[in-house]
Design a binder for this molecule. Sequence first.
Ligand code: NAP
Length: 247
Amino acid sequence: MPRDLILILGGTAEAQAIAARLVAEGRRVLTSLAGRVASPKAPPGEVRVGGFGGPAGLETFLRTARVAALVDATHPFAAQISRNARLACDAAEVPRVQVRRAPWPRHPGDRWIATASVAEAAERLPETGRRAFLTVGVGELAPFRPLTQVWRLVRVVDPPAQPLLDGPHLTLAARGPFAEADELALLRAHAIDVLVTKHAGGAATYGKLAAARKLGIPVLMVERPPAEPGDTCAPDEAAGWVRKVVE
Ligand code: NAP
């Protein structure tokens, strides 16, 4: 049996768009989701949910599911699965591309403070502001938990069962995209004086940065991990890459 399945590692808006494009071209497409959010938006084509069991598990999956090519369209900060994909694809000799979003553009008036990690951003938070908006993802909140001297507004996808932070804070459950006008209203409503975010790139979550610029608010910006070695492409180049490597 020939290999004809395109496996997309997803969990992003870009992965959705790539799946739609490849399905429209008549490809057999399977999107893999980690299963972190309660009711993810279903992408076009087939979907599977949950980890593979490390690089070895993914390698087995690539072989048994007859994967012809893998498009790694995971979030820029999902470094582990991208590394696993490289190792598994190398072992199973499956072509792989890592989709890279363009970094957010920097404009005059932006007050970004680059940090190498989420932990460093948390360390610098108390000296940077008193009322913070945290948009780093639910899995990255641990270093912010004890910062009780800072009032924190935290945005996550799913409503949490337990408080996510100690001390004064408010949790908002919401799913992007987030428009600039709404972000501006949110920052104003809570008198936010510092924003904390990972440098994800992409349009869906850029609004908060434009809003922070308008209000002159500093942004603790966690820089991205580097891409894995190998092919990379922009989101709108992924379908062309598939055409090149698969008949
Ligand atoms: P990660 O740390 O790179 O991966 C941890 C483990 O989760 C992997 O080893 C793998 O388990 C499993 N996994 C991750 N992505 C998967 C996928 N698409 N399909 C199947 N298994 C997957 O990942 P993460 O940062 O927790 O991100 C998890 C998912 O959320 C990704 O799909 C990513 O695109 C999305 N996401 C992440 C962020 C972020 O800030 N990190 C933001 C928005 C969306 P096994 O080793 O068992 O295979």
